[in-house]
Design a protein around this ligand. Sequence first.
Ligand SMILES: [Zn+2]
Length: 352
Amino acid sequence: MHNLSIPFLVITMLITACAAPNTSRINYDSNELDAEVAIQRELALKKYLGYKQRLYTVSYPILKSASQFCPNKQINSAGAQGASSSEFQDGWRVTAEKLLGSDNFVITWVDKNGPAAKAGLKFKDKVIAINDVPFDASPIKNNKFYTEIARTQTSESPQVKLTAQREGELVNLIIQQEKICGYPAVLSESDAVNAYADGKRIIITKGMMRFAQDDQDLALVIAHELGHNLMGHIDKKQSNRMLGTLLDLAASANGINTQGMFGSAGASAFSQDFEAEADYVALYYMSVAGLPLEGVADFWRDMAAEHPSNIGSNHSASHPATSERFLAISKTIEEINRKIAAGEPVKPNLID
Ligand SMILES: [Zn+2]
């Protein structure tokens, strides 16, 4: 039997090697191909900027309202974001310059209720100077720009002077920045359905943004990761084994062993408590941001439907089961609603 398989394998390989398409290939010239590459790059970049805009729009009100819970970690924010073509490589830079309409640093998102909007900053404005520090958007000067932004974020004075160019005209805007929690939400280009916190930032994957189609779902994910950062779950000791991921369940459902990543069962049990706490405080952050809570627990039913192996509870898992998370979230919403009805402060119950 064993010998028979060898000639069979050889014949199969020969047949495969001889296989060729039966129809002629469509021809196109390199100019047509270049034009299509440019179109597809523009579509991809628009989508990328769109993901970021949605992430900022959903995260900003949460970071702002939760600032009452992070007195030691507040930064000044203008409520605006931008991009410059110099952030992109090679062919993408040309696309970015075309899409942004400039090789300057261009405003790509403005929170509609934020300080920049109040001061009159508009989408697509080109930023020429900050506090009279001029810059162009070449990479080195761009660093100066970010340094200046960082300085205004951490300075005592919330006021910042921004010089922008709009339709060829220079406009000077005085922006009174507001305090937000200094844990920015950033986009990861991964297609995995995941989100995590690293003690400094909130990282949301493209895959998660697609799964959390409803902004309420995305808000829950962002608030959960903010909870990990704000409650100090990601300290130096924990950072290796507990990255604050929303779901290692997505990975485990695909048969990937996450035990190595999340450490021993003992560490995992500890991590379940952190996960539960992040879920708990997340609802308070959403509530103080004025976001509706009704139906938000359904996120975990949707997740269960996608990842059924995580429905039942398992004490050695790093994360609580989807069933446990649904119930805990539903009961936290009842707790918050009771406080609101009684006119009590909307703050998480702390043990001390
Ligand atoms: Zn988590």
